[in-house]
Ligand binder design. Sequence first.
Ligand code: XMP
Ligand code: MG
Length: 195
Amino acid sequence: MPIKKQRANKNNAPVPVGTERVKVLLSQAKIQKRIREMAKLIRKDFPHEPLLLVGVLKGAVLFLADLARQITGEVTFDFIAVSSYGKDSRSSGQVKLNKDLDSSIEGKTVIVVEDILDTGLTLRYLLRILQQRKPKNLRVAVLLDKVERRLTDVHADYVGFPIPNEFVVGYGLDYAERYRNLADVKILSLPGGSH
Ligand code: XMP
Ligand code: MG
């Protein structure tokens, strides 16, 4: 089913730095408070297990770094990188593995850590390949969930915040690689853009 591709700018034209408008959606304080709660929920579900956090590059890096510091007990982490491909990549669900994990996950309790759940196609692909590797447990933690965009019934076990269908940046999320370093999550609108 074709879906409207989300564009931050109508013509995909380069946007001069400084012409974008951003509006805070989630403040740094609100994000950090929720991450402390999520860390407790995760540890409560697995009180005695060493946990392997698998961060999805690059967007989840900041979230993983903060989440990892709030989970008590034994925690390790590894990273995986994927990208969409194909003509209508967002709706075809064709996902390419760009960087695999460094180590085996067999027999381990794995928490996939993702920045945002949108259509769900990326996560569906990731869960399929990770499940084949026979982890003891496989769970998903996402900071943001754009519920109304979902195209597949994949679900996250730990969700930071359900958010509206807006293009967001900051706290790991980018527009053309920019804004990842913002401490807040912000809604991005561009001159001439659809948001
Ligand atoms: P799917 O649709 O497979 O995609 O769930 C999830 C990936 O899409 C990207 N994405 C966004 N990136 N602001 C961003 O910076 C957004 O509002 C946004 N929505 C989706 C993101 O890479 C995520 O991993
Ligand atoms: Mg991502």
